[in-house]
Ligand binder design. Structure first.
Ligand SMILES: [Fe+2]
Length: 300
């Protein structure tokens, strides 16, 4: 098979998958990323798979995120001038994108000697953005290869362990919590700045905060995400720690007490199906959260 994505010699060390590294890919110009094809994809998926908005700032208050007044399909077709940001989530719902996602992840897995642990729970996100648009500071609860397909972007990437950038509480996950994190200009002195052009790709570690400034042209990026046993445990732990914080018991970071971490992960595995059943029964996430953690815990 043609090589779609290539790990560069000497870039992946024992720190994978906790440290960023760059890769090369050959998807620039691929027919699945032409705007007409992306417009058809956006129109074909369920409404909750496509999120888009007007211009925002790195520290955007999610409550004040502006709408662009267009449909998903129109947003893609008018992306050159509509000053918008769009993400097409779970593009793997379309079998052509699913095949491409699998091919890319399988190829990186082959080249990284098993450290991706089978790359489970694979998902594909496509970002379509107007010239000079911004993706606010956030972190993602999965491992991610971001492939720059068209246009350019600069990613400011931060160390999740730096409590001067993000607090323990803001790193924790909670149902309904908005992904945007508080941002200050002064953070930039601590950022790793990654400039991405078509053909470039970067590995974004689980939970590492980042924000993105797009270049002066339309940008299209393909984000392919995956999990291992370790990432699934860290995500579960993050939810449990957030829940305990809401109940008034803030916790030490993951890894401080490994035995306790294991108990919390086991507790999550028991509690999650119960939470899901309650949510289905009451028909609403906010009501389910209020039942589990009290009314003051409802967010988003
Ligand atoms: Fe991200």
């Amino acid at each position: 098979m043609t090589k779609l994505i290539e790990v560069q010699p000497g870039t992946v060390g024992k720190t994978m998958p906790t440290k960023t590294f760059r890769l090369k890919h050959h998807l620039a110009g691929h027919p699945l990323f032409q705007l007409d094809r992306l417009a058809r994809l956006a129109a074909s998926l369920p409404a909750d798979s496509v999120e888009f908005n007007g211009p925002v700032l790195p520290g955007q208050d999610p409550r004040l995120t502006p709408s662009n007044g267009l449909s998903a399909e129109e947003t893609v077709r008018r992306i050159e001038e509509c000053r918008s940001w769009m993400v097409i989530k779970n593009s793997e719902q379309d079998p052509e994108y699913k095949a491409l996602l699998d091919a890319c992840l399988d190829q990186v897995a082959e080249q990284t000697g098993g450290v991706m642990g089978g790359a489970r729970r694979r998902q594909a996100f496509i970002f379509v953005t107007s010239p000079n648009n911004v993706t606010p500071l956030h972190m993602d609860p999965e491992y991610n290869f971001l492939l720059q397909i068209r246009g350019s972007k600069r990613m400011s990437l931060f160390d999740q362990k730096d409590r001067g950038i993000v607090s323990e509480e803001n790193l924790e996950l909670f149902p309904g919590k908005h992904r945007n994190l508080p941002y200050e200009e002064a953070f930039e002195a601590k950022a790793t700045h990654q400039h991405l052009m078509p053909g470039d790709s970067i590995f974004v570690p689980l939970f590492d905060p980042h924000w993105v400034q797009n270049g002066p042209e339309v940008s299209v990026s393909f984000s392919i995400t995956w999990h291992t046993d370790t990432s699934e445990k860290l995500v579960k732990l993050s939810y449990v720690n957030a829940g305990l914080r809401k109940l008034g018991f803030p916790q030490a970071p993951a890894g401080t007490y490994p035995v306790l971490d294991g108990i919390k992960v086991a507790a999550y595995d028991i509690a999650r199906p119960i939470y899901d059943a309650v949510k289905k029964f009451v028909g609403d996430r906010r009501k389910a959260v209020a039942l589990f953690f009290g009314k003051t815990a409802v967010a988003g």
